[in-house]
Design a protein around this ligand. Structure first.
Ligand code: EPS
Length: 386
């Protein structure tokens, strides 16, 4: 048994559903802890009016009894409050005869490609599912995975380092302040000066009907060496993490460690030299690899930098074509966020938590948490005595 999940649900439908399977029995899971993660995902300066409507909380439908996991599939529902306003447009049973159809696809969105692929006449049929509302389900699944990882002292965090052309000056922020500053910042950026400038450019973009993307770092601390494998392409941990991260709506690039910077480094300056002493065992003084070598975690923090494109729903729309008349037209104006980079960092934490939990489950097995811990302890003891 490995770990897997599926999400379902449209952005303006009844709600978002997630089924997470493979969590061992005996893990304490409080719905409030899942709600904390859902609320972190909703925040961030630059979200649109929709976030004033929604207050996400989880309803656990199965797999947890008396606050403990059963080892059976965990099904969770997050209601869409906005459903009340969309009951006829999104009705699964009746036909909305007066409803407007969306005809002018937005460049950068799934609208046109999805419309061609699925043969639909109204690209609402596509955007409802391509919408980032779906990530509420991933965050709920990730919150459960985070609880499992806590049992092994693995901690997942993220912070924003760039919005538009404003970059955080990370060298000026002491390491121990990064987490606190991030959670205090309206854009989840640890640099207070950059936070101010980021808020300003988001405000400016909004006033011009424009949107912004950016970059964030996601980090997993406390990951044991040995997750993932060099033996097969689809077992490599970096490959699996990259797929999960790039599947987050609007993420266009994922880099591990020095990432794109490796291109200009010489071999003599690109790697993490190996040291040994009795107390620390094998260790490194740098982490250019981002915690993964040969597709296997090496015991350093796993660090990925992700790039998010600007939101493609614009207040001042780009050129497009009406799919019925074939005449040139401006793309549809659809209510949207201006910048969702801070929220995307929280979603990235969730998908990284899932991938690390999955790799842990594969390496240490265990239908129950106790079995998993015993196997983990035995392995950690073995590598300590190498
Ligand atoms: C989204 C558009 C906006 C966002 C939405 C993603 O929603 P609406 O079209 O209802 O204004 O707020 O994100 C969420 C609802 C969410 O929970 O993240 C889009 O087109 O992708």
């Amino acid at each position: 048994m490995s770990l897997r999940y599926l999400t379902a649900g449209e952005s303006h439908g009844r709600g978002i559903i997630v089924i997470l399977e493979g969590i061992p029995s005996g893990l304490t899971i409080n719905a409030e802890d899942i709600d904390v993660e859902l609320s972190r995902r909703q925040k961030g300066y630059g979200r649109g009016l929709r976030m004033r409507i929604e207050t996400d909380f989880v309803q656990v439908l199965s797999g947890i009894r008396h606050v403990r996991s059963l080892g059976s599939p965990i099904a969770m529902l997050i209601d869409n409050k906005d459903w009340d306003n969309w009951k006829s447009v999104m009705s699964p049973t009746s036909v909305d005869l007066d409803g407007d159809t969306l005809q002018k696809p937005r460049p950068g969105h799934a609208d046109l490609a999805g419309l061609m692929k699925y043969g639909v006449a109204d690209f609402r049929d596509i955007l409802e599912r391509s919408s980032a509302r779906e990530t509420a389900g991933r965050v709920a699944a990730g919150a459960v995975c985070k609880e499992l990882l806590k049992q092994f002292n693995i901690d997942i965090s993220s912070y924003v380092i760039q919005i538009g052309n404003i970059k955080a000056d990370m060298a000026s922020i002491p390491r121990e302040k990064v987490w606190h500053n991030t959670e205090m910042s309206f854009v989840r950026c640890p640099d207070p000066k950059a936070t101010k400038s980021m808020i300003n450019i988001i405000r400016k973009a909004a006033s011009k009907g424009d949107t912004l993307g950016g970059k964030f770092v996601v980090r997993a601390k406390g990951v044991p060496p040995g997750l993932g494998s060099h033996t097969q392409w689809d077992l490599k941990l970096d490959g699996r993490l990259a797929q999960s991260l790039i599947s987050i709506q609007a993420i266009k690039a994922v880099e591990f460690g020095s990432g794109a910077g490796f291109a200009s480094l010489k071999g003599s300056a690109a790697f993490d030299e190996i040291f040994y002493d009795k107390e620390k065992g094998f260790h490194r003084k740098t982490n250019r690899a981002g915690g993964i070598e040969g597709g296997i975690s090496n015991g350093k923090s796993i660090e990925a930098t992700c790039t998010m494109k600007p939101i493609p729903s614009l207040g001042e729309p780009l050129r497009s074509v009406d799919i019925t008349t074939k005449k040139a037209a401006k793309a549809e104006i659809v209510r949207s966020d201006i910048c969702a980079v801070p929220a995307a960092g929280v979603v990235a934490e969730a998908v990284v938590a899932f991938e690390i939990a999955r790799a842990m489950r594969e390496k240490f097995g265990g239908d129950s948490l106790d079995d998993m811990k015993k196997s983990y302890d035995a392995y950690m003891e073995r590598i300590k005595n190498l």
